[in-house]
Design a protein around this ligand. Structure first.
Ligand code: AMP
Length: 223
């Protein structure tokens, strides 16, 4: 099962992606997570990527495209994958499509979580990361996933783990830049979504509801 999931930063794409990943039992390949792991491990790739990530810009295609295509060839991906955060522009979409076609690999689902720019921005600024598990959603602005309070500090609502913010989540200028890239339908992520709309049936899901409502609609549409 090969799946690509699209959605602006703040649309709940990561949360829904984790649910889709569980449903189909395929690895969740998140470009942003791979970059952050490389930054934490101080690899060359991480050092190269950091300057762009800190500014809210895309890491150049000549670094990102080979990295992801190589990741999809690792053994845990032999039965499929869920790709999240890639492709992020038209060039990446074309490169992925061509690379898959060459190997006779087909996309089973392309999912688009649809959400307007203003709502997405608020959701990002409220997001909190759990130190224990990247798939534990917490957001101070969304009632359904509000962190718990424990002895005066907020902790992960799922496991009580320590919460933190991502630097790029609190930087409004960087958020605006990321959204400008996402909503750009000329060469940005929406151009990638529209590229796939011409090739395969894209499953569109309204991202404006609560987590459970979005999940319900998504699972219904995935059959
Ligand atoms: P994310 O965790 O998906 O929000 O990604 C964090 C940052 O990693 C982005 O703002 C980009 O700088 C970089 N990044 C993630 N995915 C890609 C991609 N497909 N192409 C280029 N840069 C990316």
């Amino acid at each position: 099962m090969n799946i690509v999931i699209f959605g602006p930063n703040g649309s709940g794409k990561g949360t829904q992606g984790a649910i889709v990943q569980k449903k189909f039992g395929v690895p969740h390949i998140e470009t942003g997570v791979i970059f952050r792991q490389n930054i934490a491990n101080k690899t060359d790739l991480g050092k190269q990527a950091k300057t762009f990530i800190d500014k809210g810009e895309l890491v150049p295609d000549n670094i990102t495209i080979p990295m992801i295509l190589a990741r999809l060839k690792e053994t845990d991906c032999s039965k499929g994958w869920l790709l999240d955060g890639f492709p992020r522009n038209l060039a990446q979409a074309e490169a992925l499509y061509e690379a898959l076609k060459k190997e006779h690999i087909y996309l089973d689902y392309v999912i688009e979580i649809v959400l307007d720019r203003g709502t997405s921005k608020n959701r990002i600024m409220g997001r909190r990361l759990c130190a224990q598990d990247n798939n534990h959603p917490n957001n101070i602005y969304i009632d359904a996933i509000k962190p718990r309070e424990q002895q005066g500090i907020i902790v992960c609502r799922v496991c009580g783990g320590t919460l933190s913010t991502r630097n790029d989540d609190q930087d409004e200028a960087a958020i605006d830049k990321r959204h400008a890239i996402y909503y750009d339908n000329q060469t940005g992520t929406m151009a990638a979504v529209n590229f796939f709309k011409k090739k395969v049936k894209v499953v569109e899901v309204d991202g404006s509801g609560g987590v459970a409502a979005v999940t319900e609609e998504l699972l219904k549409k995935l059959g």
